[in-house]
Design a protein around this ligand. Structure first.
Ligand code: FAD
Length: 317
């Protein structure tokens, strides 16, 4: 089923999760065991992230280093297919611009369609870790909106090769990312809304937000989206804070604010066990308020670990 159909037919707030593919060299069993422990909350769909290639340097002896390119977390498409077959739960693979030509993307989308995976979350993708900013593949897309347009075209039977007449139209339900606290590269929130609207006009049917710890920023984001004519469902992304270091790491990596009240509570904690308890309690309260507001879905960033999300879900669902 498509994400939008799940939302339309839901009788109460849906529980959904995002997972990461295991690191290259690890098997899939650990990931399955974490999903197993969240299955009692009946996830409506499971997102699987996509990780672009990275540069690594290999010692060649005599002080020589060789620059190699590797993908440390491959397997997104395979994991999506494996989850659908093992749990009979819909999956949402993330599809990114970074590192892919348009042709690579078209072929990946064909694989997804053949596997019966009909939801995608379309993203520009993070920059290569060792590079200061995002640079697109020479034959690829610069922005998520351009990639969304490619998928929308395939949904109309328009493939890259214009000689492919009467090509099969795919049926992807397309999602896009939204940033309640602004995408860090955007000059301001207004500009960010214009580009978000562009993604919806290109074919995005739902939005998943970056994590946030202050529900007010989500409420204002939704209000502003509606003012801008962005009327698709906006799924809030949530993550329980779980270590003392998260106080500085989360703002650094995800460009968000930790509310003062939460920061003060965490600062009082003696260790990560206490910080985890504070983080879980904060997340539970966030969820309860979001449900009351009427959000369609609560989407949890699990980082492929089930313990924290399970503790939150037990008190919310
Ligand atoms: P875009 O929508 O393309 O926006 C990028 C920037 O460009 C923004 O500042 C925007 O305002 C600006 N912009 C957009 N369109 C235009 C235009 N036409 N002209 C000029 N400027 C424009 N990263 C991964 O690598 N893999 C993942 O699996 C992944 N999953 C994610 C899931 C969620 C829910 C979220 C919120 C983020 C995820 N990310 C992932 C991170 C994401 O790739 C980065 O935040 C990235 O920097 C932006 O992606 P985007 O799709 O929002 O980009």
């Amino acid at each position: 089923m498509k994400v939008t159909e799940h939302i339309k037919s839901a009788k109460s707030t849906l529980f959904t999760i995002e997972i990461l593919p295991p690191k290259k060299g690890e098997n899939i069993d650990t990931l399955f065991s974490h999903i197993d422990s969240l299955m009692e909350f009946q996830p409506a769909f499971i997102d699987v992230t996509y990780h672009r290639e990275e540069y690594v340097y290999k010692e060649m002896g005599r002080g020589m280093l060789k620059k190699l390119i590797t993908r440390k977390r491959p397997g997104t498409v395979g994991i999506c297919a494996a989850i659908q077959s093992r749990y009979n739960v819909d999956t949402v693979p993330h599809v990114i611009c970074g590192g892919f030509s348009k042709e690579d993307t078209e072929n990946m989308l064909i694989d997804l369609d053949f596997l019966g995976i009909h939801n995608v979350l379309i993203l520009r993708g993070d920059p290569v870790k060792s590079e200061p900013g995002f640079s697109p593949h020479p034959e690829g897309h610069c922005y998520a909106s351009d990639l969304i347009e490619q998928v929308s075209n395939m949904n109309k039977g328009i493939y890259l090769d214009d000689e492919l007449l009467q090509a099969y139209p795919t049926h992807f339900c397309i999602g896009a990312a939204g940033y309640p606290e602004k995408h860090f590269e955007s000059p301001n929130l207004e500009t960010d809304f214009l580009y978000l609207k562009k993604k919806v006009e290109a074919g995005a049917e739902f939005i998943v937000t970056q994590m946030f710890f202050n529900n007010q920023v989500y409420f204002q984001f939704v209000e502003k989206c509606r003012e801008f004519g962005i009327n698709v469902p906006i799924i809030p992304g949530l993550k329980p804070l779980s270590t003392l270091k998260h106080l500085t790491l989360l703002p650094q990596f995800f460009h968000l604010d930790i509310p003062d009240a939460l920061a003060r509570e965490v600062a009082k904690c003696k260790d990560n066990t206490q910080a985890k308890e504070v983080g879980i309690e904060w997340c539970v309260q966030q969820c309860k308020e979001l449900i009351e507001y009427g959000v369609p879905v609560l989407h949890f960033y699990t980082m492929s670990k089930s313990e924290l999300v399970r503790k939150v879900a037990e008190q919310v669902f």
